[in-house]
Design a protein around this ligand. Structure first.
Ligand SMILES: [Zn+2]
Length: 466
């Protein structure tokens, strides 16, 4: 190795450089001799510190040059030549964060992309890609890429110095250049789940009350989802209804990432109290149950569309706008914007799909127990629910519209038992399977502390007569 022909005016600096090169060469020798190779555990702060001290770039051996390019930024007097981690020599344990010419780059996978295409588009070496894919870890982690995925890279011209891919919220794979090949490491960043509590009383809408209680829209939707078989959140919410819940917040690096699951909740709708607790049985099956261990699920949803899309100031008893009579109304009307997805209220089979007089575009589903449900005025049908096809509860079957005898977009929904109209919002519904008998004790053990927490944040509970 020779020093570049460059005059350094500062004697002490020159001395420092000589020591540095000697130290680096010695370090390289020791590394080679030890036969093992580990990535330095340098944190970003450590790297940043080193960066401030000294920035060194060495062209790769394959470039056919052994010249040293030294660039001293600041604090030349404090050059720490004895610290090998401050030098990133080619062939040394790489730390791309301290490579001065390493350019950070985030590439996003586009539809139809392969890794090969992605590399070519960004002018990156496909030989480097091949070298990376020789690693089992890389092959597994990069086997599936989908549009929208982000991949972080550090490049120097076409060479890849490092590549990072988030495998999950808690795990990142990092590949770092090591000579002409790459080494893989997995970086863990575990999330933490912290308990949180909220309660509220509805004055005008569930969303407003939820926001006042500090709940995100997602959490409010999840809360409504827990009670979707008992409460029609679209039309039956009243002033004075209340809720309380125990839930999780997901934290990472002392930052709140998002809301986690609802663990236990109570909803009081027009004086009726509903409670649910989340339970994971020893088989890993997770569901919500009443404190008595009955499933909150029922064969039918109370409302076959998202309540958040339904306009609350809608009067189903109005005069029929076209017939100008108060027609006998056998169903429930939900005013919602055209295009709002309409869901199958329960599992069943589509027995009718098409134009049906005043109902306009209409779907009728046959369910077990001789129940049929009907969905009218649809703007269009869902392709995945053809006539004769099986549908599952919650599956989208069509979209809200104003076809047939309707002046404004709304869903007309009917529920018939043995051919007789019933009010879908109040008809007693068959219940899903309770907690299995063998897990009963486990359920009681697991749910007791959650229900106690729920009691603690629901002081009115003691005062109630129920
Ligand atoms: Zn109607």
């Amino acid at each position: 190795m020779t020093l570049p022909d460059r005059r350094v005016p500062h004697r002490r600096l020159l001395l420092g450089i000589v020591f540095l090169v000697l130290g680096a060469v010695l370090f390289m020798f020791l590394e080679k001799a030890s036969g093992t190779r580990q990535l330095p555990e340098s944190s970003a702060t450590q790297s940043a510190k080193n960066m401030q001290r000294l920035v060194i770039a060495l062209p790769g051996r394959d470039a056919g040059s052994e010249n040293l390019n030294l660039a001293v930024e600041t604090g030349a007097e404090e050059v720490d030549a004895g610290d090998p981690s401050s030098a990133a020599l080619d062939g040394e344990p790489p730390d791309p964060e301290i490579l001065p010419e390493g350019e950070q780059l985030t590439v996003t996978v586009k539809p139809g992309d392969s890794l090969d295409r992605l590399f070519r588009r960004h002018g990156l070496s496909v030989a480097d890609l091949a070298a990376m894919l020789k690693l089992k870890e890389a092959k597994n982690a990069l086997a599936v890429i989908k549009p929208g995925d982000d991949i972080q890279l550090v490049r120097r011209e076409d060479r890849v110095l490092a590549l990072s891919r988030e495998l999950s919220e808690e795990l990142t794979l990092r590949l770092a250049r090591d000579g002409d090949s790459f080494v893989a490491e997995f970086l863990a960043n575990p999330v933490e789940r912290r308990p949180a509590y909220a309660r509220g009383r509805i004055e005008s809408s569930l969303f407003e009350a939820g926001a006042d209680a500090g709940l995100s829209d997602t959490l409010i939707m999840n809360l409504a989802g827990v009670f979707a078989w008992d409460v029609d959140f679209a039309l039956e919410i009243r002033e004075g209804d209340s809720f309380s819940l125990v839930y999780e917040e997901v934290w990472q690096d002392e930052q709140r990432l998002r809301d986690g699951d609802v663990l236990a909740a109570e909803f009081v709708n027009q004086g009726r109290v509903y409670r649910a607790v989340r339970y994971r049985d020893p088989n890993g099956k997770v569901d919500y149950y009443t404190p008595e261990g009955l499933s909150v699920r029922k064969a039918f949803l109370r409302a076959p569309l998202d309540f958040s899309r339904v306009s609350s100031n809608f009067n189903p008893n109005r005069l029929h706008p076209i017939l100008k009579t108060k027609r006998p109304h056998k169903g429930v009307d939900y005013a919602a914007p055209k295009g709002t997805p309409v869901k199958a209220a329960g599992d069943g089979r589509v027995i009718f799909r098409g134009r049906n007089g005043g109902y306009g575009n209409c779907v009728i589903i046959q369910h077990g127990g001789n129940v049929t449900t009907l969905y009218g005025h649809l703007s269009k049908f869902a392709k995945s629910a053809p006539k004769g096809g099986r549908v599952t509860q919650g599956q989208v079957i069509g979209y809200v519209g104003a076809t047939g005898l309707a002046t404004a977009a709304h869903l007309h929904y009917e529920y018939r038992l043995n051919g007789v109209h019933r009010n879908p919002r109040t008809v007693p519904l068959p219940e899903a399977a309770p907690v299995a008998a063998e897990y009963r004790d486990d359920f009681i053990q697991a749910s007791r502390p959650l229900l106690a927490q729920l009691d603690a944040i629901t002081p009115t509970r003691l005062a109630r007569a129920d």
